[in-house]
Design a protein around this ligand. Structure first.
Ligand SMILES: Cc1cc2nc3c(=O)[nH]c(=O)nc-3n(C[C@H](O)[C@H](O)[C@H](O)COP(=O)(O)OP(=O)(O)OC[C@H]3O[C@@H](n4cnc5c(N)ncnc54)[C@H](O)[C@@H]3O)c2cc1C
Length: 488
């Protein structure tokens, strides 16, 4: 069986491409090295839908950011992920910083961004009362917003799969060979599995350079740039209404205060070069650095409110731009590389752009007669009215059996996640938010693991945090002898 397209990498770029292609008559397969989708850079970012003013429109990343930004309402309507257009404030605390603010505003206008508003101190404080009153000025971009990035990837992939796209997780592509006689690619996984496809889309994030190399396409290097983020308790009094940006530096948009789409507050990220593409450690030094920076912008930020931290690595190319193009070396091979920030914002447009490149590459794309355009409504008890909860309870009492008390997640929601194929602890956490609250899974992880095991048939001792070697239990479990935990 030869697929029409194999997409390597199920982050926002690959998932958005899969969603686009699922509207056409073609056999598409999405290949992901980890146990679930969205476990690469796409799960560890600031979750901001950027406003289109940070980069000049001569860059591909700005073009796709501006187009992508406009596509989120329709996508949210169709796929139902958490997204709010609550606006961005860029703020200055000195006349010197105001010069950068003015330049950014002008860049936004030149990029065609609508409704940007230059603001004095009083207007800024009216738009965001949590701002430090020493603010001098800034501007407001009402088109900015926040999104839950992992839910967004899950929704794109679920939508694509309902329209016939196939997914293979735990499929780490290690080799790609072009068969010139019969015109197809053969992709081989680390465990020896193989699939064949007429065309390949390389959306492998931090590892796009390796995929390009093993497929005999262009040689380039992805430089990881680490960003640490710190999450505050949902009761933190510091939660602003808008996303607050300082003036940017050369390498980053700066350290921000982010009211997330799910009601918590996040501060970060840093932007430091990293050696190891899998190094997601965070440090106390960086925590203190971030807290000191955001305290200059917003009142009431306390280290006591920090409940967890994480880090993501931006896949950066020398050019600092996206590289999305048909390969000039390898036949029928599309490069989707260097997708650093604003990759999340640009992703709906990246999918569209790749679809157009596939057409340019000679692929016939005929629209399907029937496509699933909207996902079924998903119940989440934290958002339901008492009346709906009562109906759900009568149907199945597990809807009112709360398993994660911090985030108010029921057993029925966890079961639904498992039935949709999320069988790792992180997969269930990202799908439901179970374990994401103040106690960070201290009280509910064991209960969630039992439900995953019962529903999936995976024995408790084989459950993992995120696939691979990340087994959760070691030692002796009841009467079951469990092998020792593998070395990391
Ligand atoms: C700290 C931080 C903050 C950010 N904040 C924002 C923001 O607020 N707004 C914004 O717009 N952007 C933001 N970004 C950028 C954004 O997160 C990325 O641009 C985007 O997630 C990249 O998506 P991707 O699909 O290209 O890569 P990924 O999400 O990394 O997806 C690539 C996938 O390929 C898989 N893969 C790799 N190798 C193989 C292989 N050999 N075989 C099979 N699969 C493979 C990986 O496992 C991964 O799942 C931020 C990034 C960071 C790090």
């Amino acid at each position: 069986m030869i697929y029409d397209v194999a997409i390597i990498g199920a982050g926002v770029s690959g998932a958005s491409t899969a969603w686009q292609l699922s509207h056409f008559d073609c056999r598409t397969i999405l290949l992901e090295r980890w146990a679930d989708v969205g476990f690469g850079v796409s799960k560890a970012n600031s979750g901001i839908v950027h406003g289109g003013f940070h980069h000049p429109v001569s860059t591909l990343k700005a073009k796709l950011e501006i187009r992508g930004n406009l596509m989120f309402e329709k996508l949210q309507y169709e796929l139902g992920f958490p997204f709010q257009r609550n606006g961005i404030l860029v703020v200055a605390f000195s006349e010197e910083q105001m010069a950068t603010v003015r330049k950014l505003y002008q860049q936004g206008i030149a990029n065609g961004v609508r409704n940007l508003e230059m603001c004095g101190r009083d207007r800024l404080l009216e738009l965001e009362p949590k701002l430090n009153p020493e603010v001098v000025g800034g501007f407001f971009a009402p088109n900015g917003g926040t999104i839950e990035p992992y839910r967004y990837v899950f929704s794109l992939v679920e939508g694509a799969m309902r329209n016939g796209v196939e997914l293979q997780c735990n499929f780490e592509v290690t080799q790609g060979k072009w068969n010139a006689e019969e015109s197809f690619w053969r992709l081989t996984a680390a465990d020896g599995r193989e699939i064949s496809a007429r065309r390949v889309v390389n959306a492998a994030g931090l590892f796009a350079d390796q995929i390009s190399h093993v497929c005999g396409a262009e040689e380039y290097r992805i430089h990881p740039r680490k960003g640490e983020e710190y999450l505050l308790d949902r009761n933190s009094s510091a939660r602003p209404r808008r996303v607050i940006f300082p003036v940017p530096s050369r390498d980053s948009k700066g350290v921000l205060v982010i009211p997330t789409a799910e009601g918590t507050t996040m501060i970060g990220p840093t932007a430091d070069p990293a050696e190891d593409k899998l190094d997601t450690t965070t440090s106390a030094d960086n925590m203190h650095r971030i807290v000191a920076l955001v305290r200059q912008m917003v009142n009431g930020i306390s280290t006591r409110d920090i409940i967890t931290s994480f880090a993501g690595l931006r896949p950066v190319l020398e050019s600092e731009d996206f590289y999305i193009a048909r390969s000039e070396k390898a036949p029928h091979f599309i490069q989707v590389a260097g997708i650093q920030s604003p990759g999340l914002t640009a992703s709906p447009a990246i999918g569209e752009y790749v679809k157009d490149l596939l057409k340019e590459d000679g692929m016939t794309l005929t629209e399907k007669n029937h496509v699933v355009q909207e996902l079924p409504v998903r119940h989440e008890i934290r958002h339901e009215t008492p009346e709906t909860l009562d109906t759900l309870h009568k149907d199945d009492p597990r809807w009112t059996h709360v398993v994660c008390r911090c985030e108010n997640i029921s057993e029925a929601e966890i079961i639904e996640a498992v039935r949709k194929g999320h069988t790792t602890l992180d997969g269930v956490k990202f799908y439901t938010r179970g374990g994401m609250g103040r106690c960070q899974g201290g009280f509910c992880s064991a209960k969630i693991m039992k439900i995953i095991s019962r529903e999936s048939g995976i024995p408790m001792e084989k459950l993992t945090k995120k696939g691979g070697n990340s087994r959760l239990l070691g030692g002796v479990l009841g009467s079951a002898e469990v092998e020792p935990m593998p070395e990391k």
